[in-house]
Design a binder for this molecule. Sequence first.
Ligand code: CTP
Ligand code: MG
Length: 512
Amino acid sequence: MAVTMLSAWCRVICLRKYFSSVSYNKKYADLTIRPNPLSLSYSRAEESFQHLCVHRKNEAKRSILIDINNKADGDFVYKHCEQFGKIKTALHFRNKKDYMLIEFENEDCVSELLSTAGHFQNDQKVPAETRLLFLTRNGNIKYKGNPEAAPVFSIEHPPLFLSDFLATDSLSSQMQLLYQHLQLTDLGQRLRFFICSTLEDMLGGLFPHCHIYPFGSSINGVGRNDCDLDMILSLCPDKYQVKKSTLKFLTKRKQEDERSFSQRNLHVFAEMIENFIPSCVGVIPILNARVPIIKFQHEACGIECDLSLQNNSGLTMSKLIYLLGVMDPQVRPLIFTVRHWAKVNFLSHKNPGPWLSNFMYSILVICFLQLRSQPILPPLKNLLLTDSRSKAQKQILFNKVGTCNVGDLLQEFLYFYSDFDFMSTALSPLHGNCFPKPDYSPLYIENPLDTELNICKNVNERELVKLCEAMKVALWQLNHSGPSLLSIFQTEDSKRILKKRFSVKDLFPKQE
Ligand code: CTP
Ligand code: MG
């Protein structure tokens, strides 16, 4: 009886939330959650990835970010910017301070606007000019608000309530809900491309053909809204490198391997970012890693950034994960759920260590979907082939849209790995099979883009055992406490919080 009343009450709350979310979605149309693009043809899927990268990059070039004093100044800023050309989108968000991201219809408007911006009088610092601006309170603000308010959208991430979970009638719908709620939003993606674009501006003077591409969870379709930004800097795309010309640029040459080249140059770029680029703080060059990177934080956007040099395998891997997510609609909700489950159960952490990273969990899910008795995903080598015969093969694979229930797949995933023979078996996502482990690493997953390498080389035995045990516990919880995500997400901490407040917001903690 009590259960029926509780669920009826939750349904009322949920219906109310449903109706308010309808208007929310109407207002913010494409600004928040995008549906998973289902059942595209292979070439359409490739195009959609290409489109995502090119469209977002162009959008970022037409955008400026302004630190405004408070939300109320949004209308003034809009009207001020409008003088320089038509505004396509204006988004207000709060990250400690208030900001507005303004996208113009035309890139020229940005240069015109920048030509009118000045520096502070006491600015003895390096007078860098970027597309990150600041609204001054110098008395010019006479604007008292127009009866016709500017179309500035305020972006806030909608909270997820316990009632939402209780009102969904299956594990599958809860997983879909989680995926919809946690995935990277339109604003999140815009800001990530904006950061790449402003760094590109900085280097553009010396390297006019340089590109900074985002990769990893920012573009692979399985990124959370609080994910980091992984970037690759390509100083000179191949097509510009060799060209028949009478004159050649005189450049500095050094005889060195790719790694030393990365280390030497990243060291210099780290100094430049630290000293010249506003809002980039906490710059740490990590040059001894297998792939040398510069780490820093973009304060205004509140995003952790990693910049590497000329390492294109990350981009290829991101495209593969994106395509797999489009290939079968179950892939993304399953990866999101597994990664979130690992996070709230302290099996994965933001910093690298002897545990599995989010990327490793994604690959673990992909291997499972390739290895189950009725494979849902193809071996990655099928997607890497480029001849025309293989294109036809890829198309066939794309037409086979999965019919499984994603909730069942989660249970199958937990069952599959909780008892897997990691001791003697390695996984190959490239071939979609298993093979005898070539070394003594506790967990061996062959890197599909460099088969000599183990993606999980860092994982130690303790973490692997912890993972398998946690999978058994999760299976038990799903079978005994009912097939609900709540039973596997409720860590001791969140259970305590749940008793106090009737909200699961605390089950979705922010990344520390
Ligand atoms: N990568 C890889 N091989 C590894 C580690 C990383 O190819 N051993 C590539 C993958 O394309 C991965 C990207 O580098 O997506 C970024 O790595 P990371 O930030 O660790 O993973 P993300 O997928 O971006 O996940 P997160 O949300 O935790 O940032
Ligand atoms: Mg990342």
